[in-house]
Design a protein around this ligand. Sequence first.
Ligand code: UAG
Ligand code: ATP
Ligand code: API
Ligand code: MG
Length: 494
Amino acid sequence: MHNLKYLLAPWVVVLLEKKVLGIKEDSRQIKPGDLFVAIPGYHTDGRFFIDKAIAKGASAVLAETEKKNLDGSIYYRDNVPVIYLQKLSHIICEIASRFYDYPAKKLELVGITGTNGKTTISHLIAQLVNLLGGRGAVMGTLGNGLYNELLPTKNTTSSAIEIQNIFNFLLKKGANVVAMEVSSHGILEHRVSGMSFTAAVFTNLSRDHLDYHGNIKQYELAKWQLFAKNNINQVIFNIDDKVGLKWSQYIPDAITVSIENNIKHEHMNRWLTATKISHHDLGSYIKFNSSWGSGEFSIKLIGLFNVINVLLAFTTLLSLNYPIKQLINCVSYLKSIPGRMEVFKAVNKPTVIVDYAHTPDALSKALTAVRLHYCKGNIWCLFGCGGDRDKGKRPLMGRIAEKLSDRVVISDDNPRTELSQNIIDDILTGLVLPHKALIIPNRFQAIKHMIRNAKNEDILLIAGKGHENYQIFGKHRITYSDRLTVAHLLEIPI
Ligand SMILES: CC(=O)N[C@H]1[C@@H](OP(=O)(O)OP(=O)(O)OC[C@H]2O[C@@H](n3ccc(=O)[nH]c3=O)[C@H](O)[C@@H]2O)O[C@H](CO)[C@@H](O)[C@@H]1O[C@H](C)C(=O)N[C@@H](C)C(=O)N[C@H](CCC(=O)O)C(=O)O
Ligand SMILES: Nc1ncnc2c1ncn2[C@@H]1O[C@H](COP(=O)(O)OP(=O)(O)OP(=O)(O)O)[C@@H](O)[C@H]1O
Ligand SMILES: N[C@H](CCC[C@H](N)C(=O)O)C(=O)O
Ligand SMILES: [Mg+2]
């Protein structure tokens, strides 16, 4: 419970004392005594629901206004104050943190941003914290919660109010490190505005979400906002990525990580570099040198990109003063993340890998990884593209699949409101030999066909849906999972 006057200082000064029991931005969730925060959205406008929130017992309403002369003004509806504020969405994060008594200040909060690798790195950080005897939590695409107790979420980065509510929940659950994915949408929509991070990691930047950002420059600028506008104690950059390298020059005390020998003297602040990497069937062996000391370990994750993911997670914990020797001992126990280069093996059947590659860069990295670890038979690549999302990536992904695999199978991802055939046609325009691709829109049938027709020494990469347990056709979701389909067809437990 909190007083409205405290929550709104200094934005609203002339305010009566008013108790607030909860804080919500969705009228449908209002309980008596709650503060309703009414902001415009893309589909509708929270301000249309002020009366509904009051009818459900809201004790006060905060509403965004575009008009300067209304800023700070208070109207009463049925004795309930409706307070108008300009740029309300920018300060919701602060108001919600206050409501929950700044829970993040009592946690070590790590933000992870970048096009690919956020989920992987956040889960690796939480796994390492647990292996070291702490309580790691994650917030992101696979859900929010203590590592093995995730509650599903709609968004990778939840809303500003939800985030603070979850911090409060995690604090009560005894979490000490929270590794949180910060999406570019989350940054632009002020879901983390004004938040302080113990550490923040940048993974990489490549084509994604251009339907939302318009162009790659705007997308980069959105990600940069996290580092430019938030208070961050430890900044960790992957400088093998050209954006990471550029940003490391803007933040001179950033910690730099490389697996491509890119650590130069000007980065000689705190750094970590891989000095030797070799790959085997089950993972990779890594030797490293760093400003904390040197060492070596093996990991059971597939792909060169997982080497940088592990090293970014490892360096983040070094920057939080976790001891290097203990960290080294834990790394070989790291497990793959559901739907991220997850290997399914059965006796006398082809090996299947389920992965969430849904961008051109990720698909190329995933296929390269398959070739790197397993090169005995043919590589089959099954993928599709999501409907109502960036169309430009479709031909690019088609070309990459054709170039880096031996057999291309095009299937449905989440067509959403687009016609499946139109998405497939867009993908086909990227292929040099489109007639050679197999087209089986039904994903279950496509996987069945591959498993039946592939040789035992072949590898089947099933890309794009990873952990998802649904498929979206039109506005409807049906229950469907690549992971369960593969386990079922290979007759193995999951
Ligand atoms: C485009 C976008 O970002 N939309 C987000 C936005 O929804 P919206 O603007 O459509 O909301 P709206 O339906 O117009 O409602 C406006 C307001 O009215 C309120 N409302 C609405 C109805 C009602 O009856 N009562 C009521 O009070 C809503 O609670 C909201 O506050 O605010 C919602 C609440 O925070 C988000 O869940 C929603 O994400 C949608 C589902 C989405 O698809 N977002 C994607 C683009 C996204 O954010 N993706 C990134 C990462 C992707 C990645 O990692 O690859 C993510 O972080 O998830
Ligand atoms: N460091 C990396 N560089 C390039 N590709 C990567 C990297 N890490 C993972 N990938 C690829 O990207 C896919 C998605 O990985 P992950 O879920 O960790 O990323 P994410 O940033 O959380 O994605 P999203 O924004 O969709 O939540 C993986 O399945 C893999 O194919
Ligand atoms: N985080 C990504 C997921 C895309 C996954 C793919 N399966 C699809 O539905 O397009 C996005 O929201 O664009
Ligand atoms: Mg993610």
